[in-house]
Design a protein around this ligand. Structure first.
Ligand SMILES: Cc1cc2nc3c(=O)[nH]c(=O)nc-3n(C[C@H](O)[C@H](O)[C@H](O)COP(=O)(O)OP(=O)(O)OC[C@H]3O[C@@H](n4cnc5c(N)ncnc54)[C@H](O)[C@@H]3O)c2cc1C
Ligand SMILES: *[C@@H]1O[C@H](CO)[C@@H](O)[C@H](O)[C@H]1NC(C)=O
Ligand SMILES: *[C@@H]1O[C@H](CO)[C@@H](O)[C@H](O)[C@H]1NC(C)=O
Length: 544
């Protein structure tokens, strides 16, 4: 029997998981308690590493077509707010390099990103069951029994092999499993987050920040006294691909004096604080009060039930890592194809160090953003690699195999890599030619969420490596030979790529031939081995 999976929660995490599992032939049901999709731009920035994962999932073209570049940021001098004090980039635009053909984040409202996911799921015959809530679950060694309440109030009791809670920060499943969710909630740093049209006064092609002493005058701060620093205000306007639509964040110690989640309240606060009455506001699409909630689970599940995305970690949106981390949880979990159970525990052990590092980074950035002096830049991140999420790695994982650099790793963080490429790292791209398929122009074009890609550097070892993959279950690998220049080389079922200008060899740091690199379906390097026999040693770790 193939595994059947219930996915609880149809935010970006659940939707990506559903898609990745369906593409691997795993039947899923996906439910959401809301009657209709949520409105809100929320996670606007799709980070470069996530773009690569969307490519591996077959979604990239749609995302590139509908999204925009990340805008430059205008920081206004306060009080007064009319002069732009600084223009800088939160996520600097960087040039493509042979190993990173997609180095720049894209801007797309989360609700429209979810629409793309609905479309792709629909094409596979999968529809989110709406108004449908998971209320309880119990599990034994073989199955999970879920109690599901339908839109019409009917209660369904149904068994699944696995259940995944992608049910958000307030999710049910984490509670039902009794997982800890340790961290802090910072009430004082709360802010309103609202999607509003701004037809006049703010250039849509920029993001805008007003931060510093506002012109609020003597306030009625709690206790009747104006507390020191209580004139400090914070407004951020983020635009994506819909003309004139901004996500407005409005914070500061006195934000709550105004009816925070109402359109009039937000406008009044902005006018009073900045004096910028030339800024005109249009329709408000949604608003909510948000406060930093910096927490994570201590493990990603129990038995046959898992959590992913915000259900496993919540943090500040500074750095735009939240939704991206959820998507990366999903693809990492799907890579395990939910079997065997022993492999599933590595989902937790691979993701926890990454998330811990991410919380540290986003909190540092939140601290800087709210500080009166510091500008809200990504300066807290010591390398672009980190914000772009290229450095995320599973080097410490028990299911990766590095026979080229077998000594234990001494990396400081699961969020950044050094110069040496190792098993567990992101599988880099490289420009290639493929005589049999003109569409293949980079290594990213051959990676897929459906299989492990076995890259063989040098044709001499190709047959031996290919033979080593033939004893594995059908369809789980594709052998791809990377040669330095076009050779009269052919082997049935083996793709031959010619490395453009030797970049692939340089990027993969090939010094000895053969070098064999196994790229997992989640785009991470599973193994680097130096002989065909390494294939069996690697797969014996994941196919017990
Ligand atoms: C105001 C705001 C601004 C944000 N800004 C950013 C940003 O700039 N950048 C960024 O990266 N991230 C941002 N985020 C975070 C980002 O939106 C989340 O990280 C992302 O939505 C997480 O996706 P998810 O799929 O894990 O969970 P969610 O999107 O929260 O989806 C969970 C779903 O589960 C459903 N559900 C819950 N319980 C049940 C149940 N028992 N049964 C059935 N369904 C259930 C809910 O209805 C919901 O649809 C922001 C979030 C908020 C609230
Ligand atoms: C969930 O089911 C268990 C076992 O049947 C039961 O003990 C528990 O009370 C239920 N919880 C809820 C919230 O219904
Ligand atoms: C952020 O600031 C808080 C105090 O406001 C401090 O306790 C915490 O260590 C800081 N975290 C980082 C990562 O800078």
């Amino acid at each position: 029997m193939s595994p059947s999976v219930l996915i609880v929660g149809a935010g970006p995490t659940g939707l990506v998981l559903a898609l990745a599992l369906l593409k691997n032939g795993v039947p899923v049901r996906i439910i959401d308690k809301l009657a209709s999709p949520r409105v809100g731009q929320r996670g606007i920035a799709i980070q470069p590493r996530t773009l690569e994962i969307l490519k591996i999932l077959g979604l990239l073209n749609n995302v590139l077509q509908r999204s925009t570049a990340i805008r430059k940021l205008r920081l206004y001098e306060m009080p007064g707010a009319t002069r732009v004090e600084k223009e800088h980039t939160f996520l600097p635009t960087v040039a493509t390099t042979p190993d990173k053909p997609l180095p720049n984040a894209r801007g797309l409202g989360q609700d429209r990103f979810e629409e793309i996911l609905f479309e792709h799921l629909g094409a596979l015959g999968c529809k989110v069951e709406r108004g449908t809530e998971l209320r309880n679950l119990t599990q034994d060694a073989d199955k999970v029994s879920a109690e599901i309440v339908k839109a019409d109030g009917g209660v369904e009791q149904c068994d699944f092999e696995f259940v995944v809670g992608s049910d958000g920060g307030h999710g049910t499943i984490r509670h039902l499993l009794g997982l800890s969710f340790l961290g802090e909630t910072r009430e004082a740093e709360g802010m309103v987050v609202a999607d509003m049209y701004v037809p006049k006064g703010l250039d849509h092609d920029f993001w805008h920040i007003f931060k510093g002493p506002g012109s609020l005058g003597a306030g009625s701060a709690p206790g009747g006294q104006t507390a020191a620093g209580s004139d400090h205000v914070f407004f951020m306007f983020l635009s994506a691909e819909i003309p004139r639509l901004f996500t407005v964040m409005a914070g500061g110690p006195r934000a709550r004096e105004f009816p925070a989640e109402s359109r009039d309240g937000i406008i009044e606060y902005f006018y009073k604080a900045t004096g910028r009455r030339d800024v005109e506001f249009g329709e408000m699409k949604c608003a909510s009060w948000w406060r930093p909630n910096i927490r994570m689970v201590d493990k990603y599940g129990e038995g046959r039930v898992f959590v992913a995305g915000d259900a496993a970690h919540t943090h500040s949106p500074t750095g735009g890592q939240g939704m991206n981390s959820g998507i990366q949880d999903a693809i990492t979990l799907a890579h395990k194809k939910l079997a065997p159970l022993s492999l599933l525990s590595t989902y937790s052990s691979e993701r926890l160090p990454v998330i811990a590092a991410m919380l540290e980074k986003t909190t540092q950035l939140l601290n800087d953003t709210l500080k009166k002096e510091a500008a809200a830049t990504g300066a807290a991140w010591n390398r672009g690699d980190e914000l772009q999420m290229f450095g995320i790695n599973y080097r410490g994982s028990v299911i990766v195999l590095d026979e080229r650099n077998p000594q234990p790793d001494v990396l400081p963080s699961a969020y950044s890599i050094g110069k040496t490429l190792r098993a567990g790292d992101r599988a880099p791209s490289a420009p290639v030619h493929c005589a049999s398929d003109a569409a293949v122009q980079t290594l990213l074009d051959v990676f897929s969420c459906r299989k492990h890609t076995v890259l063989v550097f040098t044709s001499a070892a190709a047959r031996a490596v290919h033979d080593a993959t033939k004893v594995l279950p059908d369809g789980i690998t594709e052998t791809v030979v990377v040669v330095s220049r076009e050779l009269a080389f052919q082997l049935s079922d083996v793709k031959v790529l010619e490395a453009v200008d030797g970049h692939a060899q340089t990027i993969y740091q090939v010094e000895n031939e053969p070098t064999i690199v196994v790229v997992r379906p989640d785009g991470a390097i599973g193994a680097i081995v130096l002989e065909a026999g390494g294939i069996g040693r690697y797969f014996s770790k994941i196919l017990q």
